[in-house]
Design a protein around this ligand. Structure first.
Ligand code: KIV
Ligand code: ZN
Length: 513
């Protein structure tokens, strides 16, 4: 019998596209999911949970496409304990070189009460569904949801049933972020000791962060024998989020002396993924967040700066380059040429075709005319803006002038091109952004409800670009838009129009032929 807990390799299972996307407001488009998946694959993530295929046709299509394009990572689709869910998940992931089905059911008393199943009925359902999944695919993950609040005897019983039915990975979720490090370790140790066949499968940990202990709980589980960590970029996830990929991976790297486990992650890709997920989800990374926060490598106090200049190790336990932050962040200016821009964008993970570079270069020059110093973050914001296929958009912003200040009313004069025809309007609002949004509404009447409006400064300084995220909802369909500009009102109007364009595309797709 192999005892998997003795091996020092920890499998990194990323669920940014499933559990992360489930966090209210973090809905991502098809293309955004593909972009994130491709970077996760390049980064060396072992398993990508690409979505919940039964949840919607959009989820199914994204998982299927990610599976088709996967190179190194195994691709996993989530399924409840139902034959329909499992079949749908298999139909989406079967295109991957390494497909995985992940099926789950809530096993704690509170969760058993929802489908109103007694212990024996639930045990039977687990046996039948895992057996069905294993007949489709030889890589099966099973999760007893709310495991940390499930009676130990029952947990051992159902884990044994899942292993006997063919599960190859047993994931132990702390669904409500309730456990603590010592308890998390004890639970894994208890299962490894008591469940027959436990040494033949991989035990996994999946922790939520409701008490701020997700990363500590995951690492404690690994110390006790778990060999898979489920996590998300930036800790994105329901409520307070999940274990953050960057935290566990860097903790294992920096404290390898006390946690002697390896992962396959190329940590230099961390910053790019963190920025991408933040932009796409509209969830800003807090400044003091471990590893990826803006201040994680900033040293402000005199004593710290002095120490840093003499020896960086005085106040730094890892180097900025280890997570993909370039040492000197100031990169480009008005006189930088096309070759330098191409090289810099390559460094930031964007390989551009010649015509794409031409377009980005025009935007770069326009930005450099308005802003003296162009930082990595500015270029990334520019890239995100230029991937929004503006030339094919139904609605394009041609002109915007606003009047704002202490004396109202604030007004917006706007010209939009709608399917190639220019329309003008003048509106008022409660502030210039509201006036600009009212102008869009006047020119493109719609019922979509604005659910979120967020502004972030990309860099420091009053000439910083603002990135604006907008989320709107129409008949249950969510659409998000982003844009960046040194003018916050222009960025806001463009983000709103971007979301509206996506909504129009979505409407057409769902119209019967
Ligand atoms: O938190 C949880 O329990 C989950 C399961 C679906 C694994 O996300
Ligand atoms: Zn979860």
């Amino acid at each position: 019998m192999t005892d998997t807990s003795k091996q020092d390799r920890v499998i990194i299972f990323d669920t940014t596209l499933r559990d992360g996307e489930q966090s209210p407001g973090a809905t991502m488009t098809h293309d955004e999911k593909l972009e994130i998946a491709s970077l996760l694959d390049e980064m060396g993530v072992d398993v990508i949970e690409a979505g919940f295929p039964i949840a919607s046709d959009g989820d199914f299509e994204a998982v299927r496409e990610i599976a088709k394009r996967s190179v190194n990572s195994a691709i996993c689709g989530l399924a409840r304990a139902s034959i329909g869910d499992i079949d749908r998940s298999w139909d989406a992931v079967k295109h991957a070189a390494q497909p995985r089905i992940h099926t789950f059911i809530g096993t704690s008393p509170l969760h058993r009460a929802i489908p109103n199943l007694d212990m024996d009925e639930m045990a039977g359902l687990i046996h039948d569904t895992v057996t069905h999944a294993r007949n489709l695919c030889d890589n099966i993950q099973w999760s007893p949801m709310d495991a940390t609040r499930t009676e130990h005897d029952y947990l051992c019983r159902v884990v044994e049933i899942a292993i006997k039915a063919g599960a190859t990975t047993i994931n132990i979720p702390d669904t409500v972020g309730y456990t603590a490090p010592a308890e998390s370790a004890d639970l894994i140790a208890m299962l490894l000791e008591r469940v027959p066949g436990a040494g033949d499968v991989i035990f996994s940990t999946h922790c939520h962060n409701d008490l701020g202990m997700a990363t500590a709980n995951s690492l404690a589980a690994v110390n006790a024998g778990a060999r898979q960590i489920e996590c998300t970029i930036n800790g994105l996830g329901e409520r307070a989020g999940n274990t953050a990929l960057e935290e566990v991976v860097m903790a294992l790297k920096v404290r390898n002396d006390i946690m002697p486990y390896r992962t396959s992650i190329d940590t230099t890709k961390i910053m790019n993924l963190s920025r991408l997920v933040s932009t796409v989800s509209g969830f800003a990374v807090q400044y003091n967040k471990a590893i990826v926060g803006k201040n994680a490598f900033a040293h402000e106090s005199g004593i710290h700066q002095d120490g840093m200049l003499k020896n960086a190790e005085t106040f730094e336990i890892m180097r900025p380059e280890d997570v993909g932050l370039s040492e000197t962040n100031l990169v480009m200016g008005k006189h930088s040429g096309r070759a330098a821009l191409r090289a810099k964008l390559n460094d930031l993970g964007h390989e551009l075709a010649d015509n794409q570079l031409k377009d980005v270069f025009v935007r770069f020059k326009a930005l450099a005319d308005r802003k003296k110093e162009i930082f990595d973050e500015d270029l990334l914001a520019l890239m995100r803006d230029s991937t929004s296929d503006a030339v094919h958009d139904h609605i394009q912003l041609k002109r915007l002038a606003v009047v704002c200040g202490t004396e109202g009313p604030q007004t917006a004069d706007m010209t939009l091109s709608i399917d190639g025809v220019e329309h003008e309007v003048s509106t008022t609002g409660d502030g210039p952004v509201d006036a600009a949004f009212n102008a869009v509404k006047a020119l493109v009447p719609h019922q979509a409800r604005l659910q979120l409006y967020q502004v972030h400064a990309v860099t420091e300084g009053t000439d910083a670009q603002a990135t604006v995220s907008v989320r709107m909802e129409e008949d249950g369909k969510i659409s998000t838009g982003q844009s960046a500009d040194t003018d916050t009102v222009v960025a806001s109007a463009k983000a709103y129009i971007n979301a509206l364009n996506k909504l129009l595309v979505r409407r057409q797709k769902t119209k019967p032929a």
